[in-house]
Design a protein around this ligand. Structure first.
Ligand SMILES: Nc1ncnc2c1ncn2[C@@H]1O[C@H](COP(=O)(O)OP(=O)(O)OP(=O)(O)O)[C@@H](O)[C@H]1O
Ligand SMILES: O=C(O)CCCC[C@@H]1SC[C@@H]2NC(=O)N[C@@H]21
Length: 268
């Protein structure tokens, strides 16, 4: 690890975020903050509950992968949202919105180039590498509940992940508490705006800001779909449901709801 990690400061966290979130819990260690908050949701935990782990031992990633976070290296946080008043069909924007909030925070904290890889991997650096990932999971216990989990490499990225980087490695801060405060402040603002607009991504700047922040758009991309099929084409846009719109070589347009994107090159 390049710098010595300071422990998270739960008091600073709570004081800085007062009024933005219903409760902010910090635990020393757990398996997965997403799993814990989904269980808490089933037991009736309130809207806008936040759970932060100092050390997460079995982090879950998108597409059944794992999220690796050596102790002290970064942020592992989950947020429970119960967006009453927003039609569930619009919940698909939540993971994109969280990616945008992570981008907001990283841009506030470092001048290194940053952008999103659809749907919500945050890439950082002149040779873009992954600094943060987001996993949204839906609870199913009567009242709608979405748990948004964010992992960000702050002090260092895992040594066995060549495609990863950290904020500190790109000239940003190594203070995990300060990074969490920035992240949760931007997320609170974006989520509140989205909720006030009943989830309509065009009633606020959400879709426009996402387009501007998404490095995939205008690139030739390769998309591996969850079933294993592969598509290539130009990533043209995101639709009103947050799906990636691809134009393939045969001139067909496809809307992709989930998948793993590789950026091949900027389109001509
Ligand atoms: N801290 C991290 N920083 C950046 N990326 C990470 C981090 N932890 C995990 N990843 C990413 O998560 C994924 C790792 O998932 P996992 O190890 O389960 O599978 P994999 O190495 O992609 O192989 P496979 O998909 O075949 O299982 C990769 O995309 C990796 O880049
Ligand atoms: O890039 C990905 O595949 C998503 C990674 C999401 C990791 C975060 S860390 C906090 C929360 N708890 C989990 O188990 N996963 C998410």
């Amino acid at each position: 690890m390049e710098r010595t990690a300071q422990p998270l400061d739960a008091d600073v966290l709570r004081t800085s975020l007062v009024g933005l979130w219903a409760q902010v819990d910090v635990v020393e260690r757990t398996g997965s903050t997403n799993a814990d908050l989904l269980a808490a949701a089933a037991a009736g935990a309130p809207d806008r509950s936040v759970l932060v782990a100092e050390h997460q031992e079995a982090g879950r990633g998108r597409l059944a992968r794992t999220w690796v976070a050596p102790p002290g290296s970064g942020i592992t946080v989950s947020i429970l949202l119960r967006p009453t008043g927003v039609p569930p069909s619009r919940f698909s924007w939540l993971p994109l919105l969280a990616g945008l909030a992570a981008l907001d925070a990283v841009r506030e904290l470092t001048s290194a180039p940053a952008g999103l890889k659809w749907p919500n991997d945050l890439l950082l650096g002149a040779e873009p590498r992954k600094v943060a990932g987001i996993l949204a999971e839906v609870g199913d216990h009567g009242r709608p509940a979405v748990v948004v989990g964010i992992g960000m490499n702050v002090v260092a990225s895992p040594p066995d992940q060549p495609g990863a980087t950290s904020l500190a490695a790109e000239g940003g801060p190594a203070d995990r508490t300060a990074v969490l405060v920035a992240l949760l402040t931007h997320l609170s603002r974006r989520e509140a705006e989205w909720r006030d607009a009943r989830g309509d991504p065009d009633a606020t700047r959400l879709r426009a800001d996402y387009r501007a922040g998404c490095a995939s758009l205008g690139s030739e991309v390769r998309v591996e779909l969850p079933g294993g099929a592969v598509l290539t084409g130009i990533a043209e846009d995101v639709d009103r449901d947050g799906r990636l719109l691809l134009l393939d070589r045969a001139g067909h347009r496809r809307a992709v709801a989930a998948g793993d994107v590789v950026h091949l090159r900027k389109a001509d």
